[in-house]
Design a protein around this ligand. Structure first.
Ligand code: ADP
Length: 264
């Protein structure tokens, strides 16, 4: 199973000198400033930073849901000027339709895009298998645990084989054990599908466990302070990674950097 990567040369995502400010009657908030970032096809980039530093805003700009105040964003070689179709988006809350079962919630993506029905159904079954939801096809959202609901959201986001998947704190509302399990599964799905992933989190451990690269942001206005390449095995198991000295060193470095950025 491979992602439908559009033919283009150059980076998958490129952000140049991006600033985003929100202006209301009462105040002007600069959420992001001087952001420059390149994400190559097939990378898994995690973005870690304190609450309110502009992580969600960065993903929304890449998705074309928020316009830059200045600077530019390119996705698959084309300037982002409106909401993008070539992406999948997973939010902290699964946002499933309560009256629809698992399979029909996943197929919502196909209905919205007018995808070929047989192809979409086959892909939904493949994803249900991949995410361990087999046997729950007809279950309603209220019959599912939080972790299973996020699996459904992940399947829905991957249904159209997007070359790029954006994930905004997807496991933030889950308990620690479920989160570990889903991290392991997401990492496997990334390896198996080849999808380029950008995931924001405020968990340093999650960022290091998942990423090929971790980008660290400063408090608002968010800047990218430093990127760390993650030198961990391609196949990652939670227990092994947690005791790997490279994991310990990286998380400590990032924690120190976040601490010093917060005090400036
Ligand atoms: P994070 O995801 O890191 O918690 P956000 O990107 O959600 O941060 O928000 C960054 C800052 O921008 C916050 O101060 C937030 O209040 C502000 N902000 C985000 N979206 C809007 C908006 N639509 N209008 C006004 N301010 C916003």
């Amino acid at each position: 199973m491979t992602a439908a990567v559009a033919p283009h040369s150059g980076p998958c995502v490129e952000v140049r000198d991006l600033t985003v400010s929100f202006t209301s009657k009462r105040a002007k908030t600069t959420a992001l400033t001087e952001i420059g970032m390149r994400v190559e096809t097939g990378e898994f980039v995690t973005i870690v930073g304190p609450s309110g530093c502009g992580k969600s805003t960065l993903l929304k700009v890449i998705a074309g849901l928020v316009r830059p105040t200045s600077g530019s964003v390119h996705l698959l070689g084309a300037a982002v000027r409106k909401a993008q179709r070539d992406i999948g988006f997973v939010f902290q809350r699964a946002a499933l339709l309560e009256w629809r079962g698992v399979r029909r919630n996943i197929l919502l993506q196909a209905e919205m895009r007018g995808m070929n029905r047989a192809e979409a159904a086959a892909r939904a079954d493949e994803l249900i298998e991949l995410t361990g939801l087999a046997g729950f096809e007809k279950a309603l959202p209220h019959e599912l645990s939080g972790g299973m609901q996020q699996r459904v959201a992940l399947c829905r986001a991957l249904l159209h084989r997007p070359p790029v998947l954006l994930m905004d704190e997807p496991f933030g509302a889950l308990d620690a054990l479920t989160r570990e399990q889903l991290n392991t599964e997401l990492h496997r799905i990334w390896r198996e599908t080849g999808t380029t992933i950008l995931l924001v989190t405020h968990s340093i451990a999650e960022a290091v466990f998942l990423g090929t690269r971790v980008e660290v942001m400063s408090p608002r206005p968010g800047r990218l302070v430093r990127g760390f390449d993650v030198d961990l095995p391609a196949e990652r198991h939670y227990a092994e990674v947690m005791t790997d000295s490279r994991f310990g060193t990286l998380t400590t470095q990032i924690r120190e950097l976040l601490g010093s950025a917060a005090s400036h």
